[in-house]
Design a protein. Structure first.
Length: 182
């Protein structure tokens, strides 16, 4: 079985890479996130993260984790939920996507049609800090400790095609059951 988990900070390219690989391999893409739970609304996401941290609410996080784990069981998959590399124990490849704050803000501004990169930088930084704090409080996970990852990819320096190639090379090398073909 192939289980590829991709993580990285906000707008580092997780969903883009994950959906591209899932489509290429014909496998399930698990792209759930807290952001999708709040309708892709940054203000609601920040509020939700602040509430989870202040209330020390682990129930919501644990229910989300259960849904992700259920999706990943029993089939080939690629998961782009930020916590998936730590959460999914049977992952065969764990990928960290690295990308600077300014580039991530530029990407978000381009997608949303916003012109103010500085405002986007503040939003992205706030989401990342709150998410990191939440992961530390609930799971004891330090997002800056990347020892569990098999590969780190700088998405500012590679094209999407190059990123796909790197992940596929590593995945095929670990495909002990030859489920991806020759």
């Amino acid at each position: 079985m192939i289980g590829i988990c991709i993580s990285g900070y906000t707008s580092s390219g997780k969903s883009t890479l994950g959906s591209s690989i899932a489509s290429k391999l014909g496998i399930k893409h698990i792209g759930m996130s807290y952001k999708s739970d709040v309708g892709n609304d940054d203000t609601r996401l920040i509020g939700m993260l602040e509430k989870l941290i202040s209330d020390k609410d682990e129930a919501h996080a644990r229910e989300f984790d259960r849904r992700v784990e259920d999706e990943a069981s029993g089939s080939n998959f690629i998961a782009t939920t930020r916590l998936s590399p730590w959460l999914i124990k049977n992952a065969t490849v764990r990928v960290w996507l690295d990308c600077g704050l300014q580039e991530r803000a530029r990407r978000r501004a381009a997608l949303s049609g916003k012109k103010d990169i500085n405002s986007e930088m503040k939003t992205v930084d706030r989401i990342d800090r709150l998410t990191s704090e939440h992961f530390m409080k609930v799971y004891g996970i330090d997002m800056n400790d990347r020892r569990i990852f098999d590969i780190a990819i700088n998405t500012e320096r590679m094209t999407l095609e190059e990123e796909i190639e790197q992940v596929l090379l590593l995945s095929i090398g670990r495909d002990k059951d030859n489920v991806l073909g020759d």
